[in-house]
Each structure stands twice: as structure tokens, then as C-alpha cells.
Design a protein around this ligand. Sequence first.
Ligand SMILES: Cc1cc2nc3c(=O)[nH]c(=O)nc-3n(C[C@H](O)[C@H](O)[C@H](O)COP(=O)(O)OP(=O)(O)OC[C@H]3O[C@@H](n4cnc5c(N)ncnc54)[C@H](O)[C@@H]3O)c2cc1C
Length: 393
Amino acid sequence: MTSSYDVLISGAGMVGAALGLALSRMGLQVLVAERRSEAQCAAPDPIQRCSLVNAGASTLLAALGVDPAALGTPVARMRVWDAEHAGGIHLDASEVDAPLLGYIVENQILEQALRNALQGAGGEIRYHCQWQYVATDPTAIIVEDQHQQLSQARLLVIAEGRQSPLRSALFHGSILREDYQQDAIVATIGIERPHLGTAYQRFLPTGPLALLPFRDDEHGRPQASLVWSARRWRSKSLQAMEDEPFLRDLQEVFGPTLGQLRSIGKRASFPLSALHVNGYVQERAILLGDSAHGVHPLAGLGVNLGFRDVAAVQQLILQARKDRQDWGTLPRLRQYERDRRADNLATVLACSGLNHLFSNRSILLARLRDLGLWGTGMTPPLKRFFIRQAMGL
Ligand SMILES: Cc1cc2nc3c(=O)[nH]c(=O)nc-3n(C[C@H](O)[C@H](O)[C@H](O)COP(=O)(O)OP(=O)(O)OC[C@H]3O[C@@H](n4cnc5c(N)ncnc54)[C@H](O)[C@@H]3O)c2cc1C
């Protein structure tokens, strides 16, 4: 027995769940497979890993009924500065007449809200489920789960994140990869002074360090979300430290802007790399979100690119339905690749370039950085361009 759907999605992370919700809201029959169990997905994340969901992506999600404004902490401005030199810049949403750059939202909370809304809209999620590719025929693609249950649809969307077994099985084109030799250490930090909706990013020679606005703790004391990207040798020694010396090191490199750094929650580290898959589409299959592209977290753009992929797929299917045509054929799917490839690749390369430009001790590059930051700050149209980019507009 093969169950039939309009669209199959493998992976119920932020991006896969958002697409499932968007398509369910359009009245399509959607089945999502998620490798983790339902309990694992619903359990609070002890690391409280967060993402900056920018204004553009927030509008998209709010239109689907999952509003980051109700889930996260507003970010109105960003302060970026170079630890070893004079250069720095302030990017403020008010400079483009907008109230906010976006929201810092815990990944687990946003994922869970999207999965709940997806099921509320009639979409189906199968937990503890992994598909294997079976076959593609002229009208459908067929997959099989670990219990030999077959499912078919006009389109299979692969949203399994960076390590994607279905991508390996179905996509054999080239993949651009760069290991940054850095890890990002993530934790929640208790701070003395309120963040006032400012995201701070300090560029150190070993990598960028960000303290992002986060909700107050249960006693009403201010907190920030740390993303400390550091060369592997440095991140390993940081991870090995007890909390006290870790906080002392953090305070020393971040400085006094947020007052005394009071406390630190559970820490975890993530290896950092760039990834871009050359072709996003096959007959009846596409790659979405981190399965197609991965960027350095320094600009907070990774999942926002994924949400733009969601909007492009939604548009593609809307148009195909209007034209009364099959949305899973290769010529149709190529439109998705044309819509998204340039934006994704440019962002992957720009984030890599910024990481290289800032994460080193070269005096020449330091002068170039200072000049770039100063020049951008002194040129309002250029500054407004960067603010709009950060907002995903
Ligand atoms: C330290 C750090 C900080 C970041 N900060 C930001 C930020 O501020 N802003 C931003 O935009 N981005 C940020 N990112 C990037 C962001 O986390 C990713 O872009 C985002 O998580 C990608 O979402 P996704 O749904 O594509 O993939 P994932 O989040 O990886 O989700 C994939 C889902 O698929 C499931 N899955 C995997 N394999 C299978 C399988 N075989 N079958 C079924 N299910 C499967 C997984 O269990 C998971 O639920 C950051 C990344 C890091 C590492």
C-alpha cells in the first residue's frame, strides 16, 4: 500500500516545518518525516540555542500564523566593532524608518510552534521516521520508511539540515565546502545592565563574538545569548574551562558594555563551515534550507535564507496551480533554483569573506577593515543598504 500526498518533506526543523505549514495553509496534503521522536522535539533545549529571525522572515512567519514577535526578544540595533583596532559601526532600524531589525528566538520554541501550527492546519508529521529513496515515475516520487511503508507525492523536499542522507542518495553534483577551523560556543549569559534591544558583535583575531538580546531570567534579571566563534585550538580550551574562568575570559574580551557578566548557563559548541550545493533540483526533488546552503553565523542569516527558500517554493506551487500544471517537473523546479541560487551563494561567499577579513592579525587587513567600517558609517545610503540587508528586506 502506497500513501499519496501532494508534497513530502523530510526534516521538521525550522525550515521544513515552515514550508509544511505554508503548503498546508494552501490546502495541500503534506506529510513531513522527522528523524527525532516527538518527545525529543518537544523537550526544552538546555542550551537555549537562538537565531536572529530578521524582519523579512518575521513577516513571512507571522503571515503563516507563527509570529516571532510573540515568541522572541526584539532587536532594534546592532553594534559591531573591531577588538584590536578603532573601526566600528552602529546599525539602527530607525535609520530606515523601521521599528526593529528582527527577533532573537529560541530555535526549539520556534520549531515547536511551527510544527504545532502545521498539524493544526491539517499537515501530518511522522516522528522517528527516516525515508529512503525508492523510485521516480512520470507522475510521482516514491520513498519508503524504516517500517517499509511507502509514500509518494509529486514533490519531495529535502530539509534535513547540513548532513542529509537523502541529499547524498539523490544529488550527485558538486558541493562547495569550507571548514572554517572554528567552533561556535553557545550559552545564555546573565548580564548586569539591560541590553536595550542591542545586538553586540565584536571581531577578535580568533573569530567573532556576539552577545544578543535575550529574555530576562525568572527573577527579571537581564540575559544575553552568547555565540562565540573561535579558532578550534581556542574553542577547545574555552570549552574545557570551568564557568568562572570562562566568564572572566569572556568579560575581558567583550569589555564592560553590559556591566558584569554574572552567570552562564549550559554551554555547547558547534563546528563551523560553509556549504553550497551546486544544483538544488532534480526531477521531483528539491533541497531546502541548510540542506542546500550553510553560512557562518556571524551575520545571523542562515535560517533566514531558508525562510526565503520557503517563500520561493510557496510561490512556485501557487503559480503551478494557477497554470493547472504539475509542480514537480524539472522545468518547473528550475524556477526555484533560479530564484534562490544567486542570493544564497552570494550570502555564503560574503559571510566567508567577512570572516576571513576580520578573523586575523594582519595590519594591512586591519586598516582595510577600519576604512570599510568608517566609510560605511559615513555614507548614509550604504549604511541603509546594510541595515536593509540585515533586516532581510
Ligand atoms: C551557532 C549558530 C548560530 C546561528 N545563529 C543563527 C542566527 O542568528 N540567525 C540565522 O538565521 N541562522 C543562524 N544559524 C543557522 C541556523 O541555525 C540554520 O540555518 C538552521 O537551523 C537551518 O534550519 P533547517 O531547518 O534547514 O535545518 P536544521 O535546523 O538542521 O533541521 C533539520 C531537521 O531535519 C531533521 N533530520 C535530519 N536528518 C533527517 C532524516 N534523515 N530524516 C528525517 N529528518 C531528518 C533533523 O532532526 C532536524 O529536525 C546559526 C547556526 C549556528 C551553528
